[in-house]
Design a protein around this ligand. Structure first.
Ligand SMILES: [Cu+2]
Length: 274
């Protein structure tokens, strides 16, 4: 019988340390519903005015297959226009989600279907290109995983979207951007999350080989991330591109929009999380 153990990922960003758990992957719907919602980011606090591509939580992780056509319908249930841009994916220009350049904005109550066939496997993300800063800051960003046409043989594949939300002590959104901070590294968020959770966790087989995909969809913060507790760790891809040779490192600096993939071996025995 295989026992299951937890590993922890710890990120250290400007201003302090934060613990990021391994969050659960969501099932793939090929239907995205752009919507406003109220959500509990911090336990016991409701954050109003969040925006997502799902009606009850974070934007889903979209799992597509290299070389297989994808068809993703976006329904706009917001009270403002939007589009979806597929960040990093090579696709036909008219599917790129740029308002007035490649398409008209998706109007309130309208739907739009994107069709493309991913050429490259890797870790990507999606986000709007209308009122972009506010829509992303309030939550409209999600991971796209393009799986290899040929299964590379990992025992588990975990995707984490890393980002802050700029909330006050009561969980309400603060001013998203403060002019005073514009020349000082930008306006940072206040609550660090992975898949919208501040302390998420997921399980992987003891001794198993895990592909850990980290996508930073923050609008401001540059993260210095460390993988701790794994028996072995290698950096295997950056921004959707596989490295020519895996790097023996447990650390990566990841800026807004960037992605890194680690291959890690889970420990065989339980480890202290502290
Ligand atoms: Cu982008």
């Amino acid at each position: 019988m295989l026992t299951r153990r937890q590993a922890m990922l710890t990120g250290v960003a400007a201003g302090g340390a934060l613990g990021l758990g391994l969050g659960p992957a969501r099932a793939l719907p090929l239907h995205l519903r752009a919507t406003r919602l109220d959500h509990r980011v911090r336990p016991g606090q409701i954050t109003r005015g969040m925006m997502s591509f799902a009606k009850d939580g974070p934007p889903p992780i979209l799992r597509l297959k290299q070389g297989q056509p994808a068809e993703i319908t976006v329904e706009n249930a917001l009270d403002e226009v939007t589009t979806v841009h597929w960040h990093g994916l090579r696709l036909p220009n008219d599917q790129d989600g740029v308002p007035y350049l490649t398409q008209f904005p998706i109007g309130v109550g309208e739907s739009h279907t994107y069709r493309f066939t991913p050429k490259d496997a890797g870790t990507y993300w999606y986000h709007p290109h209308c009122n972009t800063f506010a829509q992303i800051s309030r939550g409209m960003a999600g991971i796209v995983v393009v799986e290899e046409a040929k299964d590379p043989g990992f025992d588990a594949d975990i995707a984490l979207m890393i980002r802050d939300f700029r909330l006050d002590m009561d969980g309400a959104f603060q001013e998203l951007s403060v002019p005073r901070n514009a020349a000082r590294g930008g306006t940072l968020g206040t609550v660090s999350t992975a898949n919208w959770q501040i302390d998420g966790a997921s399980e992987a087989p003891a001794g198993g080989l895990v592909r850990l995909r980290l996508a930073v969809t923050d609008v401001t913060r540059i993260y210095a991330l460390s993988v701790i507790g794994a028996a072995e760790t290698q950096l295997i891809a950056v921004d959707g591109h596989p490295l020519a040779a895996p790097q023996e490192t447990t650390e990566a600096r990841v800026a807004p929009g960037q992605r890194v993939d680690f291959a890690l071996r889970m420990p065989r025995r339980a480890r202290c999380r502290c």
